[in-house]
Design a protein. Structure first.
Length: 81
């Protein structure tokens, strides 16, 4: 929810919880940001009923990819002792 909030105001904190497993799966399978952005867009327009926002979904997807990389896949030479 901190990165992707298609409904701008007044939603409970768990509103998008059901989408997390799908995003996790995409990230763990190494999907690129375009694939993730398309899924965010599909959820935004199809499931939630909001208007399209391709730029925002693309930025969100890239931020998710960046988080995944630094959280789970960062190169060993970056590690500190």
């Amino acid at each position: 929810m901190a990165l992707w909030e298609p409904i701008p105001v007044g939603v409970p904190l768990d509103e998008y919880e059901s989408y997390a497993p799908g995003i996790w799966r995409f990230l763990s399978e190494g999907a690129d940001a375009d694939v993730i952005a398309r899924e965010l867009a599909r959820w935004r327009t199809g499931h939630i009923g909001m208007g399209a926002d391709e730029d925002r979904d693309r930025r969100t997807a890239q931020r998710l990819k960046d988080w995944w990389y630094w959280r789970f896949e960062y190169p060993e030479d970056v590690e500190t002792s």
